[in-house]
Structures are given as C-alpha cells and as structure tokens.
Design a protein around this ligand. Structure first.
Ligand code: ATP
Ligand code: MG
Length: 153
C-alpha cells in the first residue's frame, strides 16, 4: 500500500507527543511532505512506536528526541536519535534479539519484555529494509531504518 509519509508520521508522532511532554522530553520530527512509501501502515506504526517508546523510556527529563525522515536517491532513511542513557558497546550487537535487555540485574523502573526491537527488525526486514543501532553510554542512541523508495515515484 502506498502510504503518504508525512501525515502518517504526524499521526504516530501526535500519539506519542503527550508521553514525551509528561516526561519533560523535547520531541521533534521532520519529514518531507511529498514522499510516499510502500508500507503496511499498521505494522509500520508498530515500528515507530517501539523505537519512540525506547527513546522515551531510556531518556531523562530535559533530553531531546528527534525523528527524521530523509529522502535519498534510492532509499528513505528514518532515524530516531535520543540523548538518553545509551547502551554499552558489548550489548549493542544483541539488542535486536528477543528478550534481550541491557542491565537485567538492576531493576529498571521502566518495565518491558525485551521484545520491542526484535519486532522492529522483523517488520523492517519484511518490508525489504534494514535497521541498525548506534549508541554511546550516557550520550545517546540512534536507530537508522533504511527502506527502498517506491519505483513508481
Ligand atoms: P519492550 O520494548 O518489549 O517493552 P524493552 O524496551 O526492554 O522492552 P527492546 O525495545 O527490544 O526491549 O530493547 C532491548 C534493550 O535495548 C532494552 O531493554 C534496553 O536495555 C536497550 N535499549 C533499546 N533502546 C534503547 C535506547 N533508545 N536507549 C538506551 N537503551 C535502549
Ligand atoms: Mg522497547
């Protein structure tokens, strides 16, 4: 299904905006207005919600979270960057595995099952895309999703 990206992103971002506001985190998004993509909107909403939920959960009050959609010649890049607690280098390779959570011993106030990113990866790959994560402890985390553009555009 060809989905117009701007209204789609806006709708998902609006759903999350209150949660960011309540935690005192500055949330911004940017997306070109003319872009359409072949995606399953319900499944892809789950992708964005899972990634934004992490950015929210693992950020501190006063932090910034940015969602950016960028048009490349053959691809669309969707990035979500936060300024949160980050992930130790040795854990980064495993975060897309099911039930993997960093720092299991220290009971985090933020609950979760460790499934969010495994679902993200599954859905993005089902769309023919890729997802990667870069992170630095106490600096922040960035997720990059790369999808192929519509051929008919
Ligand atoms: P769920 O998403 O199922 O509620 P979860 O958030 O713990 O639980 P994932 O979303 O799969 O699980 O993330 C796996 C782990 O990676 C998290 O437990 C957390 O340790 C780490 N992580 C993911 N995103 C971030 C982020 N933006 N900042 C810091 N750590 C993160
Ligand atoms: Mg999660």
């Amino acid at each position: 299904e060809a989905v117009k990206l701007y209204p789609f992103i806006q709708r998902v971002a609006d759903k999350m905006a209150l949660a960011f506001q309540e935690k005192g985190i500055h949330f911004e998004y940017r997306c070109p207005s003319s872009l359409s993509l072949q995606i399953d909107p319900n499944r892809f909403e789950q992708v964005l919600v899972n990634v934004l939920d992490n950015a929210l959960k693992y950020s501190k009050r006063g932090g910034h979270v940015r969602l950016d959609v960028e048009e490349k010649s053959k691809h669309v890049l969707i990035t979500v960057a936060d300024e949160g607690i980050g992930i130790p280098e040795e854990d980064v390779p495993f975060v897309f595995e099911r039930f993997y959570r960093v720092d299991k011993s220290r009971a985090r106030s933020s609950g979760g099952s460790g499934l969010g990113l495994s679902i993200v990866k599954e859905i993005v790959e089902a769309h023919g895309g890729t997802v990667k994560l870069e992170s630095k402890v106490n600096k922040g985390t960035m997720i990059t999703i790369e999808l192929e553009r519509d051929i008919e555009q």
